[in-house]
Ligand binder design. Structure first.
Ligand SMILES: Cc1cc2nc3c(=O)[nH]c(=O)nc-3n(C[C@H](O)[C@H](O)[C@H](O)COP(=O)(O)O)c2cc1C
Length: 464
């Protein structure tokens, strides 16, 4: 059987039962469903949670599928320490799609007046969200100019039973395809598919160049071709083993207000005037499971982490071959802070790595460069390097008026520091030790001795 959401949940049940729980009692999709995850997180637990009964819908819902690095590692069938490298390796081993005649995602097809988005268990997540949003749907379009599919995740607000609001940034590839369609006065066909193996979501976040197909990256990450079927009302290939697919047309020139919405920054993205999609069909499996991605919480950040780390690593490596690893830590919401670990070969190399990291991704505001003895999965270790290895005025530099995410709550405009827009000051800290000048040595017990200690030979159980 091909990999899908169900095979992933089965894998969790077998390999990592603590990472997957079920809720039998009915929950309200307005706040109560996400509140269960929030409560678990307050208790320092972060399993995927399957809700068997959601008020107002016959469809089950799952959330927090990628809510921890352990779940992320399960999605790529690896361990948390190997996540970034696994993604980098598989992202380049693309698989063309496999086209099927039919697939489970079309077991039930609803068209015409029967279409009703309110039949789906779409969740209202944060207190001030402007309504219910599809948070974990992958939007796929086929560029009419090239015929190539493009996929990404975009927040989609339910306006009414047949209309979705869609918010994309100008720099996204779907933004470009839609701009060109609008210039021709044409609607752009689109499908939003929800619920699949989480590796497909990770593939949708790959930063491959415009004109390359994320479906092929998804195949690389799944290590098998993505099986697809033709849409019922759109000329787009849709993952055959998805749970739900919403087909439609993004209308030219039409905009409606959408937002606020709890975003990856863990603040609200404010109201915007955004494009709208008119729904032409909803298809789903007979016993579908809808994926509510827990927006404004770790699942939101982790879903985008690996695609960004991959491009960061590749771009820094071009400038500084001694780069060992990169991380977008959760403390920087997996977007705004980049840790770069290098095996330094000459003085000044840390600054080169910092410049490359700041330029690699507009979202990176702070780059911290560390030596290869620093554990970049551990914020404390990185802060220890900053605390002990630098002369701050020499190690730190600032680049004013850089382009950053418009969701950066501290961003500013070309006119004023106090007017929010898409610019901010980027900064970097080269926390590496000098190479050609002497520097102090880390004090520790000899490694070859402590590593060999077998604690069972030393510590006896305490008698009560
Ligand atoms: C959970 C989640 C939600 C996202 N929501 C949006 C969104 O609403 N608007 C947007 O422009 N990008 C959003 N993104 C980022 C895009 O999906 C991502 O940048 C994607 O790689 C863009 O595709 P492209 O490289 O083909 O342009 C989201 C990412 C994640 C993980």
């Amino acid at each position: 059987m091909p990999k899908d959401l169900r095979s992933f949940l089965k894998r969790l049940e077998e390999n990592a039962p603590d990472e997957f729980v079920r809720v039998e009692r009915e929950v309200d999709p307005v706040y109560e469903l996400p509140a269960v995850i929030r409560r678990l997180q307050a208790d320092r637990r972060d399993p995927a949670v399957l809700f068997e009964h959601v008020k107002g819908s016959r469809i089950r819902a799952i959330t927090n599928v990628l809510g921890s690095t352990r779940l992320l590692a399960e999605a790529l069938e690896t361990t948390p320490d190997k996540l970034t490298q696994t993604y980098i390796d598989r992202e380049d081993k693309r698989h063309p799609v496999q086209i099927l005649g039919q697939g489970p995602v079309q077991e039930v097809t609803i068209t015409g007046d029967d279409i009703n988005l309110y039949d789906l268990p779409i969740v209202t997540n944060c207190e001030k969200d402007s309504g219910a949003f599809i948070s974990g749907g992958v939007s796929t379009v086929r560029d009419p100019e090239t015929g190539i599919h493009n996929s990404g995740i975009y927040r989609m607000m339910v306006h009414d039973k047949k209309t979705l609001g869609m918010s994309y940034e100008k720099h996204t590839h779907i933004g470009r395809v839609h701009r060109h369609a609008e210039a021709r006065g044409e609607a752009l066909e689109c499908v939003v598919w929800v619920g699949h193996h989480p590796a497909t979501l990770l593939g949708s976040q790959s930063k491959i160049p415009f004109g390359e197909d994320e479906y092929e990256v998804m195949g690389g990450l799944l290590e098998e071709p993505l099986a697809v079927v033709k849409g019922k009302t759109v000329d787009i290939l849709i993952p055959a083993y998805a749970e739900v697919a919403i087909e439609g047309r993004i209308l030219p020139g039409a905009r409606l207000p959408e937002g606020p919405y709890g975003e990856f920054t863990w603040y609200y993205g404010l109201e915007r005037s955004s494009p709208i999609m008119e729904v032409t069909a909803i298809t789903f499996r007979a016993d579908a499971i809808y994926h509510h991605l827990f927006a404004a919480h770790p699942e939101h950040n982790l879903t985008g982490r690996l695609g960004r780390e991959s491009v960061l690593y590749k771009r820094v490596k071009q400038s500084v071959p001694s780069v060992q690893a990169v991380r977008m830590p959760m403390s920087g919401i997996c977007r705004f802070t980049a840790y770069v670990q290098i095996k330094k070969e000459f003085d000044g190399e840390g600054k080169l790595a910092a410049l490359a990291a700041l330029a690699a991704d507009p979202f990176v505001k702070l780059a911290v460069i560390v030596d290869d003895d620093i554990d970049i999965d551990n914020d404390s270790d990185v802060l220890w390097a900053i605390a002990t290895r630098i002369q701050p005025d020499k190690a730190t530099f600032f680049v004013q008026d850089s382009a950053v995410s418009r969701l950066d709550p501290a961003s500013y405009s070309i006119w004023s520091r106090w007017e929010k827009d898409t610019m901010n000051t980027k900064w970097a800290i080269d926390a590496t030790m000098p190479i050609e000048a002497p520097f102090e040595e880390r004090a520790d017990v000899p490694r070859e001795i402590w590593e060999k200690i077998d604690l069972s030979q030393y510590i006896v159980p305490t008698k009560r």
